[in-house]
Design a protein around this ligand. Structure first.
Ligand SMILES: Cc1cc2nc3c(=O)[nH]c(=O)nc-3n(C[C@H](O)[C@H](O)[C@H](O)COP(=O)(O)OP(=O)(O)OC[C@H]3O[C@@H](n4cnc5c(N)ncnc54)[C@H](O)[C@@H]3O)c2cc1C
Length: 484
């Protein structure tokens, strides 16, 4: 026992001194540079590191607690496969962001095919009224009647449920939005905030659904193509690291900041292992409760903000990776399963994103579930995949593995904006502290948005940090929409 402890201790000391040596050596050569400490090596943190490291006025340290980079957009290699942590397509309506990503990692352009499985039928996604009329005429008639009713009486837009029933009617809401949300967020959809509908449902109402179908005007809510790194999503994070290091920045893995010391709204120092560093900027991309957990500040605003983080919770997701001995399993890149009876919400095929991610003659499915990945649940999931025709038979499965992310989906409960704003306003009040990214803003967003936040924050800092500009940027961050 003693021997074990001392080995661990020695390892830690060795690690600490390596970090210290690296940082001290670096400090002495670059005394006049402004120091930027970035917490988290997901897309937001690495993109921020990438921009700052290109600017000779800044010295960059990216600090990551895990032994890998990429955060939610990570991946892993397994027996010749490069799997994503859940399927990651790149599609953006933010001007210039795709080009920025493509400069770092040349991306493939992939034709998108995805569908939604409802009432034992596959439909194109987003749903088109014409398909509903053909395959589910009774539902289509009810949907039309609902909408006529909604023109006369609407409920206040005060929840996910009311916001969507006001725009799509009860029938379409029950068919495609309710079960999905209740599965993913594990609560009655009526408890969810309208903000979830605004950010997640790109089609704004039934009329847009009809118009989109008829006129093909759907680029803002459904992509025809998406982009993807040839060797899997983790390639982007790895390429960002290469760029940061080439530019002289540092990415420190398995490293955490133990303290951000604040007095009178100013950062005195940050403690990385036992090294104290006085940064000009701290850019945090980590969960807000983690961030406020390492801030040391005696102010009363801080205590209130820290308490408010207790209201910002997350849902986990597990991905079941199924390996099959065949070239392809589905004709789609991914299929949504909104109905509650299905224990999973989406199935995708890694090979549909890039052939180079799977060995020839083999393919890999990724099944996303928020249920506990118990043997019983996994057995039922396999049975349901057979029922939906995705697996011909369970015997096809060569092997499967499961990976779980404990904090993936921010839970937008009704009223969540109040505690969130209390936390974000506190962070904003600290000079030189910026919190960005999906966990950093409790923002239900995609990689293009995290990248955009990093770029805009970098531009904001180098152009003099005008507070009005930051307010505009915050509005921009809140206006991101996920396009499937
Ligand atoms: C299943 C799934 C499917 C998705 N599909 C898509 C898609 O198709 N397209 C798309 O664009 N996006 C998709 N996304 C969203 C995308 O992954 C995220 O928006 C994006 O990766 C968020 O990046 P981020 O840097 O903001 O946050 P994160 O990736 O969460 O990065 C935060 C980093 O901080 C690190 N960290 C945490 N605490 C500490 C600490 N105390 N000290 C140091 N480091 C710490 C974490 O380890 C992590 O690396 C998907 C996400 C999931 C989970």
């Amino acid at each position: 026992m003693v021997a074990k402890e001392s080995t661990v201790k020695n390892k830690m000391v060795a690690k600490e001194s390596t970090v210290k040596n690296k940082m001290v050596a670096k400090e002495s050569t670059v005394k006049n540079k402004k120091k930027v400490v970035i917490i988290g090596a997901g897309i937001a943190g690495l993109a921020a590191g990438y921009y700052f490291s290109q600017n000779p006025e800044y010295e960059v340290f990216v600090v990551e607690r895990q032994d890998y980079v990429g955060g939610l957009a990570r991946g892993f290699d397994y027996k010749g496969f490069h799997f994503d942590f859940g399927p990651h397509k790149i599609y953006t309506i933010l001007q210039g962001i795709l080009e920025e990503m493509d400069k770092v990692t040349p991306l493939l352009k992939v034709k998108k095919k995805n569908r939604i499985y409802l009432r034992n039928n596959y439909f194109e996604f987003p749903l088109k009224m014409s398909q509903i009329m053909t395959k589910m005429p009774v539902i289509a008639a009810r949907a039309m009647l609902d909408i006529a009713g909604k023109l006369i009486s609407r409920r206040p837009d005060d929840s996910y449920e009311n916001y969507l029933t006001n725009r799509f009617g009860r029938t379409l809401y029950n068919l495609s939005f309710k079960g999905y949300a209740e599965k993913v967020w594990n609560t009655e959809a009526g408890n969810l905030d309208r903000e979830l509908a605004i950010r997640r449902v790109a089609v704004s109402n039934i009329f847009q659904l009809i118009k989109g179908a008829v006129f093909g005007d759907s680029s803002k809510f459904s992509a025809q193509f998406f982009h993807y790194p040839p060797h899997g999503m983790k390639q982007i994070a790895e390429d960002l690291v290469k760029n940061i290091e080439k530019n002289g920045g540092q990415v420190l893995l398995e490293t955490e900041i133990s303290e951000i010391n604040v007095t009178d709204k100013k950062i005195n120092y940050v403690k990385i292992k036992k090294v104290k560093l006085k940064p000009d900027y701290v850019i945090s991309t980590i969960y807000l409760d983690y961030l406020l957990g390492i801030v040391k500040d005696n102010g009363s605003e801080y205590s209130r903000a820290r308490e408010a983080t207790l209201n910002l919770t997350y849902r986990p997701v597990s991905i079941i990776y199924i390996i099959l001995n065949k070239e392809r399993a589905m004709e789609d890149c991914w299929v949504f399963f909104p109905e509650k009876e299905f224990l999973f919400q989406r199935v995708s095929e890694q090979k549909a994103f890039s052939k180079l991610t799977c060995p020839p003659g083999k393919t890999g499915l990724m099944v996303e579930t928020t249920k506990e990945p118990t043997k019983e649940n996994i057995d039922l999931i396999f049975k349901q995949l057979e029922e939906a025709g995705i697996l011909k038979s369970r015997k096809e499965i060569q092997e499967y593995i499961v990976k779980t992310g404990p904090r993936v989906y921010p839970v937008y409960l009704r009223g969540f904006l109040e505690p969130l704003n209390a936390v974000l306003n506190y962070c904003d009040s600290i000079k030189g502290l910026y919190t960005i990214g999906r966990p950093g803003r409790f923002n239900y967003n995609n990689t293009d948005h995290s990248w955009d936040m990093a770029l805009r924050t970098y531009e904001h800092i180098i152009s003099g940090e005008n507070p009005e500009n930051w307010n505009k940027l915050k509005e921009r961050f809140d206006s991101y929409r996920i396009v499937d």
